[in-house]
Design a protein around this ligand. Structure first.
Ligand code: ADP
Length: 747
């Protein structure tokens, strides 16, 4: 080997498999090849490293093609007792050095990452032993003085401190929530009770989030066991729910649930309690490995892609003195944290649970986990838990703008949480026109039953916002119905309407009530929130469509031009391109020039000549008014000649349909909870501020509505700052194969 040898990276998946691992492996391989590094897959986790031979093989660009949508891990995973022994690790070191590998990206749980750290610390000694045993020569040992590692957490449990989400957790939530939705319909038909066990030995994330997203009655998690006498409390909640109109009762139990004394709470015990005390026909469903299965969700695809990309940057930049890093996600951004610090804190949570220090365990899980636990408990109450205020307040909920999956979820959460605070909740049917027409009704706890997972908008929505002539009627309606506060759930037009009412307050005193806008639009184009309710569902629908389109094209050599919604905002186009493995994405934000198109056509022709069978391009619907989807198809067809054919797919309104994804349900619930808090506070203080709510860097944030004009581009109906535009280089890296000469050359 010479010093010009490229840096060599090994990538492995280890421990339990998780959906999204393939996206990470693909990203590691492609980012490494882009950077001119060599990259090897180590098959079957540490076992492959210990065995060597053909279990360590170079990865080419195409080796990781068509794996994004696959569940599990295509490079295999295993538990490897031999790697726990020094002998095994020495063999592993020798096998890595045969390929010049001294940089590793390890994708696994805390066990796998601990193993990687042990290996790294021992590396110099292992190499010295190998030299002594004449298994490697001294110059090899000198060239590789250190092992540099980056860890990605693959674990469906979401149990690692140091990252908001682990690879696979969101997909597991999809599986669980699909199951709960299915169980809900059968349970409701027979008025039955179900106990559902979900994974999570030390972590209640899946249980809590699926309980929220599934709209269930009760949840048992390891970090926060119920107080003594919980059985009676649980039965009381279920009884009240039934009395208020529920036809089904579902209790979610995390695998590791326990009581305050540390005794495990099993599903069978919960079933027995329900049968004995409520006389209910109760069934147990243990979801088991279903949770690990199936295709990865969109979030697991794009997050894992970003993580893999960042891991390569990290290991290539690492020096022998670098501390190994865990590459995780925090508030939708990649973050690096010292690996062992995360592993230690993760073990601390497990220890705290074992030692019954539940407050400590909850604190380490973080503020939003605790917040969601409280929200769940408040929503499960069919009776107000807060004494009604002296003067009853009347809060109205209205939708405006295009339809977004999750509108119902937000409305349901707002109704239940508002009732819990002692308010009267009013639903406005048919958006602002409905308000003017007086289509306003009181909503009780049972009226919103079943809305959690329901697509569409039960209250109706419309893009029509009040005209200047209608303002007076709007004011009268607010007064006639004695509306004290307004929650407006919707997209761009909802925000515009709210801003309009705010700006007319001087002329119409009736508008001087607190108002809050909750972002619900698949376009993800409203200010003050990095994500809006509905966008994740739409992305999942789009990417499901892309998967099918890709499959359909397997028999031919074909270019697809897929048009996504989003108007002038390219969020859906870019993120579906990232998660669906598109070769090219056209965005209005970037513009499309003739020069770009020429370069695209050349790249396309060249790649089909090189043997490509499918070329996927995604065009945001308003990317360019003249270079339409139709135009692109004709252009590509003309230039493709007999080499490939071209098809277009306009996904259209399917993108607004479908039941909300788990993430959208959780986001809707979280934002609705804070919205009710905001309106309550305003009314208590006697003030009438108006705001929009959203997630900014992962935190729920309120921004005064009057700031809207400064934050948006009115002409193109989108925020001036869009965080996701920074992800464009990753899309390019994943899509554009570097010329062969570049590989193994530049580093
Ligand atoms: P996970 O990574 O999902 O937590 P495990 O704990 O089973 O799964 O670990 C997977 C593999 O990682 C083990 O089979 C073993 O090869 C390796 N490993 C785990 N812990 C250690 C350790 N303390 N030292 C060395 N290797 C370990």
């Amino acid at each position: 080997m010479t010093s010009l040898q490229p840096k060599s990276i090994g990538v492995l998946t280890s421990g339990g498999d998780a959906q999204g691992m393939n996206a990470a492996v693909r990203a590691v391989a492609r980012a490494a090849l882009h950077r001119g590094a060599a990259v090897h897959a180590i098959y079957e986790g540490y076992q492959g490293m210990v065995d060597g031979g053909d279990r360590i093989r170079p990865l080419s660009w195409d080796d990781v093609g068509s794996i994004l949508h696959r569940g599990g891990t295509v490079i295999g995973t295993a538990r490897c007792p031999a790697f726990r022994e020094r002998d095994g690790r020495r063999r592993a070191a020798r096998n890595l050095l045969r390929h010049g590998i001294d940089r590793l990206v390890v994708i696994g749980g805390d066990g796998s990452l601990t193993g990687a750290d042990t290996f790294r610390r021992e590396w110099p000694e292992l190499l010295a032993e190998l030299v002594q045993r004449n298994e490697i020569d001294e110059s090899t040992a000198r060239r590789h003085p250190a092992l540099m590692i980056a860890g990605l957490v693959g674990s469906i449990d979401n149990d690692m401190v140091g990252t908001d989400m682990t690879i696979g957790a969101d997909s597991a939530l999809h599986r669980i929530v699909e199951a709960i939705d299915a169980i809900t319909s059968t349970a409701a038909s027979h008025q039955r009770s179900f106990v559902v066990e979900v994974m999570g030995r030390h972590c209640g994330y899946l249980a809590l989030m699926s309980a929220i997203a599934g709209g269930t009655d009760y949840v048992l998690i390891p970090e926060n066991p119920p107080s003594d006498g919980w059985e009676e409390r649980m039965c009381e909640l279920l009884r009240n729910g039934r009395a208020a109109g529920r036809r089904d009762s579902i209790v979610v139990v995390a695998e590791g649930a326990q009581d305050r004394a540390g005794n495990p709470i099993g599903c069978d015990y919960v079933r027995q309690v329900l049968e004995e005390r409520l006389g209910e026909d109760t069934r147990v469903t243990i979801l088991g490995h279903v949770q690990r299965g199936g295709t990865p969700s969109v979030f697991d695809r794009w997050m894992s892609t970003l993580l893999g990309y960042a891991a390569v940057e990290e290991v290539l930049a690492a020096t022998p003195d670098s501390e190994p890093q865990l590459i995780g996600i925090r508030y939708n951004r990649i973050q690096q944290v010292p690996l062992m610090q995360c592993v230690e804190q993760t073990h601390t949570v497990a220890r705290m649970i074992a030692e019954r220090d539940y407050a400590g365990a909850m604190a380490l899980r973080g503020g939003s986990f605790t917040e969601m636990f409280q929200v769940f408990n408040r929503m499960a109450e069919a009776l107000p838990s807060v004494t009604p205020p002296v003067r009853p307040r009347r809060l109205a909920i209205i939708h405006a703008g295009g339809l977004a999956p999750g509108m119902n979820t937000a409305a349901r959460a707002a109704v239940r949480l508002g009732l819990d605070r002692g308010h009267t909740l009013l639903g406005v049917r048919g958006s602002f026109q409905g308000l003017i027409d007086g289509r306003i009704e009181e909503l009780g706890w049972g009226d919103v039953e079943g809305w959690t997972g329901l697509g569409g908008a039960e209250l109706g929505t419309s893009r029509q916002i009040p005209t200047v002539e209608q303002l007076y009627a709007v004011g009268r309606a607010l007064e006639n119905h004695r509306i004290d506060g307004l929650l407006i759930i919707g997209g761009w037009m909802a925000y515009r309407a709210a801003h309009y009412l705010l700006s007319e307050r001087d002329r119409y005193p009736a508008f001087k009530i607190p108002m809050i806008c909750l972002p619900a639009t698949i376009d993800n184009n409203v200010p003050g929130s990095e994500l809006s309710v509905g966008a994740d569902t739409a992305l999942n629908v789009i990417v499901e469509g892309l998967d099918r389109i890709k499959q359909s094209a397997m028999a031919a050599r074909r270019c697809f031009v897929v048009e996504t919604m989003g108007r002038y905002c390219g969020y859906l186009a870019l993120m579906s391109g990232l998660a669906g493995g598109a070769e090219r994405v056209y965005l209005h934000e970037e513009g499309v020039t003739l020069k770009d198109l020429q370069a695209d056509v050349e790249r396309m022709v060249e790649s089909f000549r090189g043997g490509r069978r499918l070329y996927l391009t995604i065009r945001g619907e308003y990317a360019n008014p003249r270079y339409t989807t139709d135009f692109l198809c004709r252009l590509f067809e003309e230039e493709g000649h007999e080499l490939f054919d071209v098809r277009q797919a306009v996904l259209g309104h399917t993108q607004q349909g479908g039941n909300p994804s788990p993430y959208d349900r959780i986001l809707a619930t979280r934002l609705a909870a804070r919205s009710i808090d905001f309106l309550t506070q305003q009314l208590e203080r006697g003030s009438a501020e108006s705001v929009f709510i959203g997630l900014v860097e992962g935190k729920v944030t309120l921004v005064p509505l009057k700031q809207m004009p400064d934050m948006v581009d009115w002409a193109f109906r989108r925020p001036k700052e869009q965080w996701w535009l920074a992800l464009r280089p990753v899309v390019q890296t994943m899509a554009r194969q570097p010329p062969p000469a570049d590989i193994g050359g530049s580093i």
